[in-house]
Design a protein around this ligand. Structure first.
Ligand SMILES: CC(C)(COP(=O)(O)OP(=O)(O)OC[C@H]1O[C@@H](n2cnc3c(N)ncnc32)[C@H](O)[C@@H]1OP(=O)(O)O)[C@@H](O)C(=O)NCCC(=O)NCCS
Length: 150
């Protein structure tokens, strides 16, 4: 799907999502990558800055891939992968440290789900984010596994 198609799809999904006042959610574009790097650096997530080509490739190959912005500044993002019907995997979700607790994380996730409402969403929760996911209706599944980059 091209970017115009993505924006159109997001617009339709957003009609069913409660968005915090002053926040806009839209499909990401390559111009957002420096902001994605900035937010990731601040969280100690090193891949976007240390492996920019790989990370940019990951963003280009992901969908839904959305940003939240306030006053023209990107304040959060979500990057996910889906088969469109059964499964969606949330790869990255991040909200600016100064903007947390305002409903942005929830609305980014909800927009992903409204884009593909028949999917179930799976993810590996980062340390400290479990209560957030539980507040958003997710349940804990044991035995998540990961093999890292070598
Ligand atoms: C996790 C994160 C994305 C949450 O984003 P956010 O915009 O602050 O979350 P929201 O404001 O949408 O919160 C939604 C709900 O979760 C709750 N919540 C959010 N963070 C919470 C926390 N740390 N502890 C307990 N509850 C929390 C909120 O109270 C809210 O509940 P309510 O609607 O019942 O009041 C954000 O804290 C973040 O970017 N953390 C660092 C990166 C990270 O851990 N990402 C997840 C990786 S898998």
């Amino acid at each position: 799907m091209d970017r115009i198609g993505q924006q159109q799809q997001v617009k339709i999904a957003l009609a069913r999502v409660q968005i915090p006042a002053g926040i806009m959610i839209r499909a990401w574009s390559v111009e957002d990558f420096p902001a994605i790097q900035r937010l990731s650096d601040a969280e100690g997530w090193t891949s976007p800055s240390r492996r920019p080509a790989d990370s940019l490739g990951a963003w280009r190959n992901s969908w839904p891939a959305l940003v939240a912005q306030k006053d023209d500044v990107v304040v959060g993002f979500v990057r996910a992968l889906t088969d469109g019907a059964i499964t969606m995997y949330i790869a990255d979700l991040l909200v600016d440290q100064h903007m947390r607790g305002a409903g942005i994380g929830r609305s980014l996730l909800e927009t992903c789900h409204q884009l593909y409402p028949t999917t179930r969403l799976d993810l590996l929760a980062a340390d400290g984010s479990r209560a957030f996911y539980e507040a958003c209706g997710y349940r804990l599944l044991h035995d998540g596994m990961r093999k890292s980059y070598v």
